[in-house]
Design a protein around this ligand. Sequence first.
Ligand code: CA
Length: 250
Amino acid sequence: MSMRVLLVEDDRTIAEPLVRALRREDFDVVHVTTGSAALDAAQDIDVVLLDLGLPDMDGLIVCRELRARHSHLAVIVVTARAGEMDRVTLLELGADDYVVKPFGQRELVARIRAVLRRTRSAEEPKQIPVIELGPIQIDQRARVVTNSGTPVHLTPKEYDLLVLLASDPGAVRTRDEILREVWDEHWFGSSKTLDVHMTSLRRKLDQPDLIETVRGVGFRVNIPDDAPIAGDPPAVERPGSSGRDSQPPR
Ligand code: CA
């Protein structure tokens, strides 16, 4: 099954060669020229290439709306705005990556493949299906996070970040390790990126003690009070305990 790409770009001189290039790469491409058409066309799309300067809506609003309505799709922003404020704003609005105009088609294709690789590998059903951390439940097969049964809407990056930490509660993940695992070599941003996502993740989870900052090192998920702690007899089967013993640290 080829991957479905939604290109949102009103400038035909950019869009037309890009559509041809993406089709040559075997992507199934849908091209729209407005923000409202993008919102209508986003169903069943794997990755959105989103121009920010659209005729009908601010691309930032489109990005936020896409993310709110379709939490599983990836958004790569294609922008002529390269300022630091925009970058932080983009991450907060849920973009997975961005490229600055003018960009090379090969670079863009590499970014798309990297984003899709991350989405797909996270979907492989080899992991523990459900991780429970007190009131927080992570269903890895559905990529759904709930807090006391209420869905928590995370971006793909925030989700990957949470799963990385939650797959081995109590273990410290270093900042470098997190950047390597959740982002990749194409992401050239500083580790401030990580802090932006961490702040947003913590706010959405609404569990102030769940993710602990280990100063100067990284982060870890705290084991909730009712879960087994290191040194407990491992024989007792309890919901949420499987993540500790069956997942060796990588
Ligand atoms: Ca434009």
